[in-house]
Design a protein around this ligand. Sequence first.
Ligand SMILES: C[S@@+](CC[C@H](N)C(=O)[O-])C[C@H]1O[C@@H](n2cnc3c(N)ncnc32)[C@H](O)[C@@H]1O
Length: 258
Amino acid sequence: MSPDLRAFELGGGDAAEALDWLHVHAQVLGVLEHDDGSFRVWLDGPLPALPQPRVSVRELAVRPGDFAVTGREHDAAIPIAADLLVRPPWVERPPGFVGVELLLPRGNAFGSGEHGSTQAALRCLHRVWDRPASFADVGTGSGILALYASVRGCGDVQACDVDAHAVAAARELLPQARIELGGPERLAPADFVVANLTADELHAALPALLALWRRRSPLVLSGMRAHEVDGVLARLPAAPDGRETVGDYTAVALPPVR
Ligand SMILES: C[S@@+](CC[C@H](N)C(=O)[O-])C[C@H]1O[C@@H](n2cnc3c(N)ncnc32)[C@H](O)[C@@H]1O
């Protein structure tokens, strides 16, 4: 451990910018990003005066164990169903588990398996999965729902997201899939379509989602809160034959038209 090692907590609106600046103007030995957007940084020496006006700084005591911190200490496998789980690659498979495993590094983009809307969508996918020839995931985030299709053997997986950061994360996770920046109109029609979006986003995207869906396999929509479900269902061409609720979020599945 360097004798000049110092640790600081950076918070406030400019924390990310301050961290970028520190990488250029100080010797940054380690960084831990917290869920609220603040950072803990370890420097070889004192903290230079930061030019960012909206950053808050607190110096912390340096403990001998600091360099053993990875930020992964609390990661665990997330059970979705009895035979479906999500886990980061660095977390062991729970003993005795048999079923579908989605290996996903945590923290790259929305959708590490912890959110109720993701879990409801996965449960619906798992319940109605009918080995589609093609699959489209609208609002892919980390790529978790597209990963499900890929792990289940679908050879034609496409996905899109309006967020460039999400697109980069999903491309890294699924190099064999076609991942587009933008909305559902960027994708080619697919047999099975899934979208986990907020209810407002679902309403806005619904015409394009229905145009994307070939109806040879199910359509799964997730991300609705209880009071939002009926409004979305009223605009769909058929009644759902599957519904999953996890926490505050509901996913519905429409059957294929055979
Ligand atoms: C709730 S997250 C879902 C992420 C992941 N699919 C999951 O289930 O965990 C919704 C994602 O949809 C994206 N999004 C919102 N509206 C969209 C649209 N019209 N077309 C494509 N992506 C959209 C957001 O950027 C966000 O990454």
